[in-house]
Write a protein that binds this ligand. Structure first.
Ligand SMILES: O=P(O)(O)OC[C@H]1O[C@H](OP(=O)(O)OP(=O)(O)O)[C@H](O)[C@@H]1O
Ligand SMILES: Nc1ncnc2[nH]cnc12
Length: 191
């Protein structure tokens, strides 16, 4: 039986067909996974949101003590913004952005990180999470895990608790999930 508000999870093979691979982009040795074709097909986009919600209702929420809920979905700049707000809205949770440095006004917490093809700095606005908030961190893809780990550090600095990291795509040979301080789930594994 489906979780409340979700249909049956769609066929992952159908979703996987919408990924397009670009070898040696943006630099040699990186096999870039383009997730945008998933959003060009409304049925695929709806399917992936349904799949992630189904995971949240059947795996993530049952881990919480009775009476607690997901308070916020934290999405990573920029492709995490495609999925995070949709999930937050469906869950009745806040959406909180983690952005590349220099894009958010006011006092911000910072975390520096390395990703598969470079170094970057993430920021989140002070006060953007209630103290003790139950958070899920959402991004399109995990590669080395540097970006997601930095986002988790920011959640902790803001006083939140990361329940789980959710991704559309994982590149398991890069072992990104092993860097994270909470369970993670990716819908599609690629080489
Ligand atoms: O696991 P990692 O090795 O850290 O890599 C994963 C991150 O890299 C990509 O973002 P990118 O920084 O390219 O930004 P974009 O979303 O703005 O394209 C991707 O969307 C993830 O956020
Ligand atoms: N291989 C990859 N494809 C798409 N986005 C990425 N971010 C980091 N590594 C990536």
């Amino acid at each position: 039986m489906s979780a409340p508000g979700t249909a049956d999870a769609p066929d992952i093979a159908f979703l996987r067909k919408h990924l397009v691979f670009y070898p040696d982009y943006p630099k040699k040795g990186v096999n870039f996974v383009d997730i945008f074709p998933l959003l060009r097909t409304p049925l695929a986009f709806e399917g992936l949101i349904t799949h992630l919600l189904s995971h949240i209702f059947t795996v993530t929420l049952p881990r919480l003590p009775d009476g607690q809920k997901i308070d916020a979905v934290v999405g990573l700049d920029a492709r995490g913004f495609l999925f995070g707000p949709v999930l937050a809205q469906r869950l009745g949770a806040a959406f909180v952005p983690v952005r590349k440095a220099g894009k958010l006004p006011g006092t911000c917490e910072q975390a520096t990180y390395e990703k598969e093809y470079g170094t970057d700095v993430f920021e989140a606005q002070a006060g953007s999470l209630p103290a003790g908030a139950n958070v899920i961190v959402v991004d399109d893809l995990i590669a080395t895990g540097g970006s997601a780990k930095a986002a988790g550090e920011l959640v902790a600095k803001l006083g939140g608790k990361t329940l789980e990291y959710l991704f559309v795509v994982d590149i398991p040979f890069l072992q990104g999930a092993s860097k994270l301080d909470a369970p993670s789930y990716a819908m599609i594994d690629v080489d």
